[in-house]
Design a protein around this ligand. Structure first.
Ligand SMILES: Cc1cc2nc3c(=O)[nH]c(=O)nc-3n(C[C@H](O)[C@H](O)[C@H](O)COP(=O)(O)O)c2cc1C
Length: 246
């Protein structure tokens, strides 16, 4: 749950009221809400994109950290630290459980991040392209078409977000190249741009949040099949590695 939601206090009250056992928070300071959530026995996991914030999370008492690399879809950090560099660095700096995110879509990428020091993974983009995802079919089809280099992290002056390149992206990019300030970018973004793109299927004027891994996603599958194949590949790769050292 992004902590920058305008009515975040109401969301927090709702979570407490309904005794939600575990909450993933992001896009904000973990110090603001973690103590209150913990007071009610809720497990808190906070998403970060740097070691500095991972340490802050640990000091605040969060139960686990998601470290999200530059490759990831959606909102992200400004520093552009890739998953390959971020995970070992965060691992070195914190002792609490670490979940890797950004660019993971199959068993081998899951295994790679676990070798780098993660105990688990968080996957976003791959599941946007499943039958069950509430994302619009036109958006899912755009993801299948996406090639390497078709996404970019933009709106760093506002809230950095990785988008699929479309008319809206070019509008943002042109404005950024001309030195647009916060207010100008806010005006271009307008309201409900993400809903327009990802849920209503306006693939040119809407905001299409997706990660670099979209270049490797080439079919819409049932979520169960995605999970199953990730696990199967993960196990096969471990077996392969073991056979190499025998
Ligand atoms: C369409 C989309 C929407 C997302 N929305 C959120 C969000 O609301 N809150 C959040 O913490 N992360 C959000 N994420 C990030 C994911 O939770 C996850 O960390 C990220 O997708 C992992 O990288 P990947 O896209 O390479 O799998 C979103 C990602 C995508 C692709």
């Amino acid at each position: 749950m992004p902590l920058l939601y305008p009515d975040i206090d109401k969301h927090i009250e709702l979570i407490i009221k309904h005794k939600i056992p575990i909450v993933f928070t992001s896009a904000g300071n973990p110090k603001t809400w973690t103590p209150k959530l913990k007071e009610h026995g809720i497990t808190v996991v906070h998403v970060v994109s740097s070691s500095k914030f991972a340490v802050k999370c640990q000091e605040t008492g969060v139960d686990a950290v998601v470290a999200e690399g530059f490759e990831a879809g959606g909102h992200n950090g400004r520093e552009e630290t890739t998953t390959l560099c971020l995970i070992p660095s965060v691992r070195k700096n914190i002792d609490i459980p670490l979940i890797a995110a950004g660019g993971i879509s199959d068993g081998k990428s899951m295994l790679a991040t676990m070798i780098l020091g993660a105990e688990g993974v968080q996957i976003g983009s791959r599941f946007v392209c499943t039958n069950e995802a509430s994302s619009h079919l036109s958006f899912k089809k755009q993801i299948i078409e996406a090639k390497e280099g078709d996404t970019e992290l933009v709106l760093k002056k506002l809230t950095p977000v990785r988008l699929l390149k479309n008319d809206f992206y070019h509008q943002v990019k042109n404005a950024e190249n001309e030195g647009a300030n916060f207010d100008k970018l806010q005006a271009i973004l307008g309201k409900a741009r993400a809903k327009k793109g990802m849920f209503e299927g306006d693939i040119q004027d809407g905001e299409l949040e997706i990660g670099q891994i979209s270049a490797l996603i080439n079919e819409i599958l049932p979520a169960e099949q995605v999970v199953h194949s990730i696990w199967e590949e993960f196990c096969n790769y471990i077996a392969n590695i073991q056979s190499l050292i025998k």
